[in-house]
Design a protein. Sequence first.
Lengths: 243, 114
Amino acid sequence: MSDATVSALSPAAAFLSGVKTSLTSIYTLVMLGTFVGISALAHDYGFSLWWLAAATMLMWAGPGQVILITALGHGSPLFEAALAVCLSGLRLLPMVVTLLPLIRRPATRTAALLLPAHITAISMWVESMRLLPPMPREQRLAFTNGLGLGFMIPAHIGSLIGYYLVASLPSALTAGLLFLSPMSFLVSTSRNARMLVDRLALGIGLVVAPLLAYGQIQLDLMWTGIIAGSAAYAIHRLREAMR
Amino acid sequence: MSTIGTMSPYLVLLLVGFLPNEIWRILGVVVAHGIDESSEVMVWLRAVATGVLAGVIAKLIFAAPGTLADVPLSVRLAAMALGFVTFLAVRRSIFAGVLAGEAVLIIGAVAAGA
């Protein structure tokens, strides 16, 4: 394809090319696996498949959805569930802030940026940051929309598979499905933890959380975040100061 | 879903799931210029967010749901540990880590007669 034909792509063609790119990305496999796991959890905690599909479209954040399902399923107060979801969603802010300058043009209305912001998640963000820079600016918005919405296809398919598998497999295998979320979150979070402070927060949190739960502390998710995050940050500051 | 009570689960989804999550994306659109990701407050907030995620991981292992709770805690912890070590050993591959952890968990579950 020559540059002339690339830049001549209509918005619809750019959108479709985004969808196609998402379906051939490695993240499509990640989405399938992640949502098989989330769906198994949703089934076990008594949420319907329609509710999960709505949650996927409205939240579009794997960790946030697992937090919401787990917190509500364990009978946490709604306020704590909302706070935990809110804290976990924080990582979306720097993603949106770094993505939008790549797709915005002088003529782009702010309203047109709401969809790409809504479908921003780790999968779409990583692929966009890699694929957008060499692309003509006028087709980036449609391409990004196609990419983000395309990743929702394997997510919904994974949900469908997980929901029915967990109800029909032998118990050792359903335990395996329920284990998918904690296992994949542990490795993907430590992979995404670029700085020492993030790795420390993860490690300290894994130790603090069971202690707080053992002590039957109220709002344990929130306290785990604050204690582990602040302790990690304090160590980070100490190290900086000693340099 | 015990805390939902009489509230519609979809209303709960909007108020407790959608809004607190979406606020960051909206904020990202509004302030797209001028947020310094490396500022001290952001570093602390990101660490707190990571801590919350760690809390959820621990919750799903220690207070496991459904059939996962029938698998002995020692097996659950061993599967997490071996999955993580495999992840570190195999070029930080998420796939390898998850695969190893799953294998240990399922074999352990069968061996324990869960």
